[in-house]
Design a protein around this ligand. Structure first.
Ligand SMILES: *Cc1c(COP(=O)(O)O)cnc(C)c1O
Length: 396
């Protein structure tokens, strides 16, 4: 049987490879501690699960859902944006629930990209931006995110022949994997740049609620004119520990929302209604869980950042997101370093190059690791450092 080129040419999904490696090691009896995967380790808050169970019992919710989502859910999303960001959205035309942000992100290029069109994609970046582009027959032009520009794309350095063919622009703050944040000034600049070049902006913002030290990330939708040029993908996954339930949303430009709605109504039949009711409860219910989760991550962040700095890796303490983005020690590239940690001390980190060429020289550590594992993992990392120092002083 012949597999189509579009699938044949897909790179293996980064985390699938990492999970396989971890599973192999564990199967052979090794105790592996993984800082690799960004999936909240604490459960979905109880009041949300209660609603989910209750809704699952109701036969009304046993049927095909509408692909555009329950009107009550769209209203809850609009109200949440109003309350959290003072952004007004029309729940009928500017809000669409998706089966997790990843689903919407993977599919939206099919709505705006014809073969040969270019998509502007951050590098390093969430792999789905470029993979969705490739599946639609488009080409990714990568925008380097580097430390000297605070991991923000430099729009003025994009060649004009690229801009002429560019249709979509991906932006993602708080950023995965670099954990960089953007302010409203940057988003205003992005709107202006999109207008000048007739680009549709897709802002991916699943981490606006994961932030520390009282910092409150902004939404792209708060930028002046954002709705005229773009949409924002958001998700219940990271805000409410709901990765397993698969529910997110896209909001903003009505033409873009409608195009994705038309595509999706021919592909899927929406999100199970019990999960939609759980999402309504998450968005409308008590929000203390967000602060509780962030307090946990903030404490872990401090432990991880202190130790890595102690190890001589260059790390900035992130203001938001679930990640610490650390420079690898001199003499290593990101894969060598990740491999060395796995082989020497049984600790998994994600090599930065997996997120793009400009991720080379970095590794990503996720803060979604239960405290006991985190402490053990950190002590192994200091063991790695002490070993290296021993080795160094022997060599000297
Ligand atoms: C986790 C994540 C998503 C996907 O979220 P889901 O709603 O669970 O699909 C999208 N973008 C980025 C950058 C992420 O880190």
């Amino acid at each position: 049987m012949r597999v189509a080129k579009r699938v044949e040419n897909l790179p293996p999904y980064l985390f699938v490879e990492i999970s396989k490696k971890i599973a192999q090691k564990r199967a052979s009896g090794e105790d592996i501690i993984s800082f690799a995967i960004g999936d909240p380790d604490t459960p979905t808050p109880a009041h949300i699960i209660e609603k989910l169970c209750q809704a699952a019992q109701d036969p009304v919710n046993h049927h095909y859902p509408e692909s555009e989502g329950l009107p009550e859910l769209r209203q809850a999303i609009a109200d949440w944006y109003q309350k959290r960001f003072t952004v007004s959205l029309d729940p009928d035309t500017e809000v669409l629930p998706v089966i997790g942000a990843k689903e919407g992100i993977a599919h939206i290029p099919l709505c705006f990209i014809d073969p040969g069109d270019i998509v502007l994609v951050p590098d390093p970046g969430y792999p789905v931006y470029s993979i969705g582009t490739a599946l639609a027959g488009g080409e990714s032009h990568f925008l380097p995110l580097t430390d000297n520009y605070d991991f923000l794309p430099q729009y003025d350095s994009i060649p004009s022949d690229v801009l002429q063919k560019a249709r979509l622009l991906w932006v993602n703050y708080p950023n995965n994997p670099t954990s960089a944040v953007a302010d409203l000034g940057f988003f205003n600049k992005t709107v202006k740049f999109a207008r000048q070049n007739d680009l549709a902006v897709c802002h991916d913002g699943p981490y606006t609620e994961v932030a520390f030290d009282g910092y409150q990330p902004v939404s792209f939708m708060q930028a002046e004119g954002a709705k005229e040029v773009g949409v924002e993908f958001h998700s219940l996954s990271k805000s409410y520990n709901m990765t397993g339930w698969r529910i997110g949303m896209v909001v903003g430009n009505a033409t873009m929302v409608d195009a994705l709605k038309r595509l999706k109504s021919n592909m899927d039949s929406g999100i199970p209604q019990a999960i939609q009711y759980a999402a309504i409860t998450a968005l409308r219910g008590p929000q203390e869980c967000i602060k509780e989760h962030n307090d946990i991550y903030q404490r872990r962040r401090d432990l991880v950042v202190d130790l890595l700095n102690d190890m001589g890796l260059e790390v900035k303490s992130p203001k938001a997101s679930l990640y610490v983005w650390a420079r690898v020690p001199e003499g290593y590239n990101s894969v060598d370093f990740a491999t060395d940690l796995l082989e020497q001390v049984g600790v998994v980190v994600t090599p930065g190059v997996g997120y793009g060429q400009n991720g080379e020289g970095y590794v990503r550590l996720s803060l979604t690791i239960p405290d006991a594992g985190l402490v053990k993992g950190l002590s192994r990392l200091s063991g790695w450092r002490d070993n290296k120092n021993k080795f160094k002083s022997k060599a000297a």
